[in-house]
Design a protein around this ligand. Structure first.
Ligand code: HEM
Length: 323
């Protein structure tokens, strides 16, 4: 008993020490075999759910990958982005980077429903989202990596953090680097993770400033103006990587080298003389180097956890609300 109490004290001390510098740290609270006993089918159920979703609509892979990013940058990867607003609870769905933009919630709902049938109360929504994002990448022809597991779901969300922490598409390189450093992620992670824009679409409202800007020299941008006029057409979409919009390859970086990044934030990575521009060039030349770093950086992003959530969190029954 005394031993158990001591262990508990140690845990609380370790957690409180890391809380004070969170989020610029992540603890080894996760493990690869976390569900081996409690839900051995977990990974295959998530995989089947993602296979079905991507077979229905290939863009579903991009939706889930982005959901995971927006989850992890707010209170750590804790499923907070999945929580619905209620009359007494404010979630993150109305934050400016998310509203009218973030989708794919029902894909996670469907997977959760399947998991609850087989192993009720075992698999957290945060873990489902992390594994589903990995599977999304594979289903679009990208690399495999092992996903550390054991995240807890938060009982809270933060509209303020969602508005503050998630970078906007017009961010400068300095702001992008700062927002990633705040999460404990390096400029290398920034460049590799931005490679997620090798798939998916953006809305005109998010790339208008880019295509009408003085730096937009490519003829493709002139053509885009037809569907993205100076005013109106805000929700008209265009692929982030127009060369291969449904394949996780290095065409995104080749586009950047040719000054064809769709978002200002994408093209910022090639700022003259920056360390990020050297990395962009490296990934444009070496697709395997991109895949390797992308896999490592996805693990680093997935490992952003708020240690407090391990004490106060839960495994939600329904990803949209706290238990
Ligand atoms: C580096 C800073 C980033 C900025 C400024 C940014 C911004 C954006 C914006 C504005 C869109 C289009 C949303 C819309 O028009 O509705 C978008 C789409 C997307 N983002 Fe990012 N993003 C960033 C990093 C990331 C990261 C780290 C990931 C994942 C690892 C990611 C994954 C995606 C995906 C997959 C899409 C396409 C979603 C779809 O098809 O609906 N992004 N991003």
């Amino acid at each position: 008993m005394a031993k158990a109490t001591f262990a508990r004290v140690l845990l609380v001390v370790a957690l409180s020490m890391s809380i004070s510098i969170w989020p610029a740290c992540s603890l080894n609270l996760l493990s690869l075999d976390y569900y081996e006993k409690s839900c051995p089918m977990a990974l295959s159920i998530i995989k089947s759910g993602m296979e079905a979703a991507v077979a229905r609509e290939v863009r579903n892979a991009a939706l889930v990958l982005r959901l995971h990013f927006h989850d992890c940058f707010v209170q750590g990867c804790d499923g907070s982005v999945l929580l619905d607003d209620t009359p007494t609870f404010t979630g993150e769905k109305t934050a400016s980077p998310n509203i009218n933009s973030l989708r794919g919630f029902e894909i996670i709902d469907d997977i959760k429903e399947q998991l609850e049938k087989v192993c009720p109360g075992a698999v957290s929504c945060a873990d489902i989202l992390t594994v589903a994002a990995r599977d999304a990448v594979i289903l679009n022809g990208g690399p495999y990596w092992h996903v550390p597991l054991g995240r807890k779901d938060s009982r809270t969300a933060s509209l303020v953090e969602a508005n503050t922490n998630i970078p906007t598409p017009n961010s400068t390189l300095a702001v992008l680097i700062r927002k990633f450093l705040f999460q404990g992620l390096t400029p290398i992670d920034l460049v590799a993770l931005s490679g997620a824009h090798t798939i998916g679409q953006a809305r005109c409202t998010n790339f208008r400033d880019r295509i009408y800007g003085s730096d937009a020299k490519d003829t493709r941008f002139s053509l885009l103006k037809a569907s993205c006029p100076l005013s109106g057409g805000d929700n008209n979409i265009s692929p982030l990587d127009f060369v291969s919009p449904t394949v996780v390859d290095n065409a995104y970086y080749k586009n950047l080298v040719n000054e064809r990044g769709l978002l200002i934030s994408d093209q910022e990575l090639t700022r003259f003389g920056s360390v990020t521009s050297a990395l962009v060039k490296h990934y444009a030349d070496d697709p395997l180097a991109f895949w390797n770093q992308f896999s490592d950086s996805m693990v680093s992003m997935g490992n952003i956890v708020n240690p407090l959530t391990f004490l106060t969190g839960e495994v939600r029954k329904n990803c949209r609300r706290v238990n």
